[in-house]
Design a protein around this ligand. Structure first.
Ligand SMILES: [Zn+2]
Length: 253
C-alpha cells in the first residue's frame, strides 16, 4: 500500500493533461515542491472543485509513485483562497510574479517550511496592500536566500573590496553571482551599473527583509535601479525569461 501523505500546500500552477486530467505543481509546507497528477480533474468538478486554481491554499493528500516523477493526488481540500488578490489586475500581476519566481527557483522536494511561509506571507500581504518596490525586492532577495541562490552584495565578488564612499560605482554581474567593483567589472559586458545607494538598498533588504510599515528612507531613483538588477539575476539563474515580469514593468515606482 502506498504511504499517503498530507500537507498544507499552495497551488503554483496547473495544466491540462490528456482528456480529463490535470498536472499540478504545489508548494507544500512539509514535503517541498510536489508535482502531481489529479486524475479526472478536468471532468469531475466535484472532486477538485475550484481548488486547483492559482492563489489557493489547500490541504493536499498524495502519494509518491515509484515509477513516475509525478505524485498521485488523492484529494485537495480547500483551506483558503487569497481572494483579495483578484480585486485588481495589478495585484494579480504581482501575485503571479511571486508564484512564478517561487516555482522557478525551487526544485521538487526542496526542504521548504520557510519557502512555504514566505510565499504565503507574500500573498497575504498583497491581499491587503499594493506591491511596492521595497516589498518586491525584499521578497525576491529572501526567496533567493531560502532557495540557495543568494547573490553577493556586501563586497566585490572577485577581489572582496567593500563599498565605501570613495568607490562609488559598482556593477551587478549575474554571471559572477553578485556585485563587482569598478576595477573588476571592466571585462564584463552584460553587467548592470549600480550606484552605491542602490547597492546599500539591496544589501539592506537581503539582510533584514522588509517590515510592512517601515518608513521608506531610500530615494526613488536608487529604488528603481534595484528593479533593473534582481529580476535579471533571477532570470539568469533559471536560464529563461519570466513570463509574468513583463506585466510588472512600469506598474510601480
Ligand atoms: Zn573587485
Amino acid at each position: 500500500m502506498p504511504v499517503i501523505r498530507s500537507s498544507p500546500a499552495i497551488v503554483l500552477r496547473s495544466w491540462a493533461y490528456g482528456e480529463s486530467d490535470k498536472i499540478v505543481s504545489f508548494l507544500t509546507r512539509d514535503y517541498g515542491k510536489i508535482r502531481g497528477i489529479a486524475k479526472g480533474a478536468k471532468r469531475s468538478r466535484k472532486r477538485f472543485l475550484n481548488v486547483l486554481e492559482p492563489f489557493t491554499l489547500v490541504q493536499l493528500r498524495f502519494h509518491q509513485r515509484s515509477n513516475s516523477p509525478l505524485a498521485f493526488v488523492h484529494a485537495c481540500d480547500w483551506v483558503y483562497v487569497f481572494r483579495g488578490i483578484t480585486r485588481t489586475l495589478a495585484k494579480i500581476a504581482h501575485a503571479s510574479y511571486l508564484v512564478e519566481i517561487t516555482d522557478e527557483l525551487t526544485r521538487d522536494g526542496d526542504d521548504s517550511l520557510s519557502l512555504f511561509d514566505h510565499l504565503r506571507d507574500g500573498l497575504r500581504f498583497l491581499e491587503e496592500n499594493e506591491a511596492s518596490t521595497e516589498f518586491l525586492t525584499a521578497f525576491e532577495l529572501t526567496l533567493l536566500r531560502l532557495a540557495g541562490f543568494q547573490p553577493t552584495l556586501e563586497h566585490c565578488q572577485r577581489c572582496g573590496v567593500r563599498p565605501s564612499p570613495g568607490n562609488g560605482r559598482w556593477e551587478f554581474s549575474p554571471r559572477d553571482g553578485g556585485v563587482l567593483c569598478r576595477g573588476c567589472s571592466g571585462l564584463r559586458r552584460e553587467s548592470v551599473p549600480l550606484s552605491t545607494e542602490a547597492l546599500d538598498i539591496l544589501a539592506h533588504f537581503q539582510r533584514h527583509g522588509w517590515m510592512h510599515g517601515e518608513t521608506p528612507v531610500f530615494s526613488p531613483p536608487a529604488l528603481r535601479e534595484t528593479r533593473a538588477v534582481v529580476p535579471l539575476f533571477i532570470q539568469y539563474q533559471i536560464s529563461k525569461k519570466l513570463k509574468s515580469a513583463a506585466f510588472l514593468d512600469g506598474s510601480f515606482h
